[in-house]
Structure formats: C-alpha cells, structure tokens
Design a protein around this ligand. Structure first.
Ligand SMILES: NC(=O)CC[C@H](N)C(=O)O
Length: 365
C-alpha cells in the first residue's frame, strides 16, 4: 500500500506503508542511531514526533523483551529507508512491522531518508503528516501550517500514580516527566530505593518521602510547558535535597535557577554526539535526544556553572549549581541505546548524595 509524508513546506515524499494503517501528524525529526531502534521508538521523549532513521536498514534483529524504554510507545510514526521483514536474532520475538501494527504506530518506508534529513537540517524540524492518499494534500499542508505547536506532552506520558521499586540503598525520588526505564535500571543497579512520582508532584509531597536524592527525568516537549516543576525544584534546592537533572530534567533545573532555554534548529538525536567535560577536557560519546537546549548567555544571571559543551555545535550539555548539591546533563548517561561512556554520572550522583548526607545538609521540614 502506498503511503505519503506531507510536510508543512509543501514537500511530499511517496513511499510505502508498514505497521499501523492509521494516519498521523507530528514534528518530523531524525536520529542518527545505527542500532537501538526499539529503545528509540519506546523513549517517551519522542511523544508526538515522527522519527526518521538515517541508518538505511532498520528492524534486522526484530523486537525483543529487554530493549523497552517504556511499555507504551508515544511516537507518532516512524520513517525508514528499508525495514527487515525477516529479522534474525535469538532474542527477537517479532518483526518491526508486526510490532508497529500491534502498537498502532504507522510506518513509512521506501523513501529517500537522506533527502528528508537534509531538508530538516536546512529548514529545521518540520511538522508533517503521514497519509494514505494525497487527494487532500493542499488542505493538509494548509492545516499543518495553521496548527499550533503541540504542547504539554509531559502530561500524556508521565505516570498518573506514584510507584515504588524497593531496595536497600539511598532513597531516590524520580520525578517522571516521561522517564526512560534505563534510568530506573541504573538506580536499581546501585541499590537505590526508588519512588517514581507524577510530573506535577509538589515539593512538600516529595520531601515527605524523605528522599536522599531526586532525579528529574527526561521527557517530551518544551520545558517551558512544565510550569509546576519550577517551584517544586526551587523548594528542593532550598532544602538542600541532592538533585540530578537529565535532559528535560536538566532544562527544568536551568529554568528553576534563573537561566533560559531555546529551541534548536533540528536538535540532537543519535548515539554518537561528542560532549566535552570542561573540567577535565575529556570528550565522551553520548546518546542524545533533544530539541531544546539551555541558552548559554542566560547562565550569567543564574546560579549555575557550565560544565559540559557539545563538540559539534557548542551548545550547553551540562551544568552544576554554584552552592547547592545539584547538577544536570543534557545527554543520556543511561545510554539505551548508545555508548556507556557517561554511565559514571550516576555514580557522581550517588557520591553527591553520600556527601550531602554526611554533612547533614538535607532538610525534611
Ligand atoms: N529527552 C528529553 O528529555 C528531551 C527534552 C526536551 N523535550 C527536548 O526535546 O529538548
């Protein structure tokens, strides 16, 4: 069956359908990850986005039990050059195509994904619609241009109720803005007693749980949509609760500390983004998925210090608080998918918790 991608600038890509028959719209973004498509598709930060994979063949090892980053994928659709109909891997449970059908996610294949990627790089991310016919293309293009930006995706993907992953170590409250399972896995590996709470939980409710530390998770959309998080974070800082912010969590920590964020032209999505640690001069290859970034110039008026920078475009990748036990990074130390270079970030968080506990700085009232 034919399927089309119609972009807001009027471009139409003709391809073929796989997965769900449903038509859908979203912000069209590209990822340069060469493997790890299951982790990418199930990362809640892709909510309401259509993901174009630049790697030409996707699906060759199928879908398995262990690579989920969330149970309910939130992506609006995927675009590949070619998908493997007959995957081959000992852990593979089903093909990409049958999984997309089961999850009601539309797929488009057989288009020149290099051309689409170049277009996004030149123009910036574009709104698009995956359709099964182009009869109404003009109207669709008009609607795409008239549509407001999608907002408040965090409310769609955050847990509605708190849940507990009991263990014997530090108690870490994870504020779920769309958390990837990889972050929970990394905390559990370090024996943390994890309590995951909804995105709009107040500081008072978090403090009542007597956390040794708080992780502000990744999540979809514009950080400026997540108003309730700002006062929550400011209160936690006042009480000296150790904080690690990752991706959206990093952007929210920045907003709470007086810095600003901006939308990047086409963002960073992939598993090969070099990031420089400004203290050590070392470069790590990192996994990334973000469309917004903290504005470097805005750090002047904030309580934060720049710690990491992207090597490719010089944007802000890491921050730490001048006096409070809090730091944050824009990339993904849990990888999933991607290189493990930054995994010690979770150990840095554990050490910050230990020091703050030893100094008896946390206030729970
Ligand atoms: N992965 C994330 O947390 C992404 C953060 C934010 N939604 C952005 O696109 O920049």
């Amino acid at each position: 069956m034919k399927r089309y991608l119609i972009l807001e600038d009027g471009t139409i890509f003709n391809g073929l359908a796989f997965g769900s028959q449903r038509e859908s719209s979203g912000e069209v973004v590209f990822t340069t990850s060469m493997t790890g498509y299951q982790e990418v598709m199930t990362d809640p930060s892709y909510c309401d986005q259509i993901i174009c994979f630049t790697y030409p063949l996707v699906g060759n090892y199928g879908i398995n039990r262990s690579d989920y980053e969330s149970i309910r994928p939130a992506t609006s659709g995927i675009i590949v050059n070619e998908h493997a109909e007959f995957p081959n891997h000992h852990e593979g449970m089903q093909s990409l195509s049958s999984w997309l059908t089961a999850k009601d996610i539309p797929g488009l294949y057989g288009i020149d994904t290099r051309k689409l990627t170049r277009k996004i790089r030149q123009h910036g991310t574009l709104k698009g619609r995956m359709t099964n016919s182009i009869e109404n293309a003009e109207e669709i293009i008009k609607n795409l241009n008239a549509e407001e930006r999608i907002t408040n995706q965090v409310t769609k993907v955050s847990t509605k109720t708190p849940y507990h992953l009991p263990n014997s170590g530090h108690r870490v409250v994870v504020v779920d803005f769309g958390v990837k399972s990889g972050m929970l896995r990394e905390l559990s590996r370090r024996l943390c007693d994890v309590i995951v709470v909804p995105h709009n939980t107040s500081a008072a409710d978090i403090i009542r749980l007597q956390p040794d530390g708080v992780l502000l998770s990744n999540g979809p959309g514009d950080p400026k949509d997540v108003h309730s998080a700002i006062t929550m974070i400011q209160e936690l800082l006042k009480n000296n609760i150790p904080i690690l912010g990752i991706c959206l969590g990093h952007q929210l920590l920045a907003l709470a500390c007086g810095a600003d964020t901006e939308k990047l032209k086409f963002g960073h999505r992939g598993s090969n983004h070099p990031v420089k640690d400004l203290e050590t001069g070392k470069i790590a290859l990192t996994s990334q998925n973000h469309g917004y970034a903290v504005t470097e110039a805005s750090l002047q008026n904030s309580e934060l210090v720049l710690t990491h920078k992207a090597v490719n475009d010089g944007t802000v990748e890491g921050l730490k608080h001048k006096v409070k036990p809090a730091f944050s990074i824009q990339y993904h130390p849990e990888a999933s998918p991607g290189p493990q270079d930054s995994n010690p970030i979770f150990d840095d968080f554990m050490n910050m918790i230990k020091t703050t506990k030893k100094e008896g700085l946390m206030q729970y009232a």
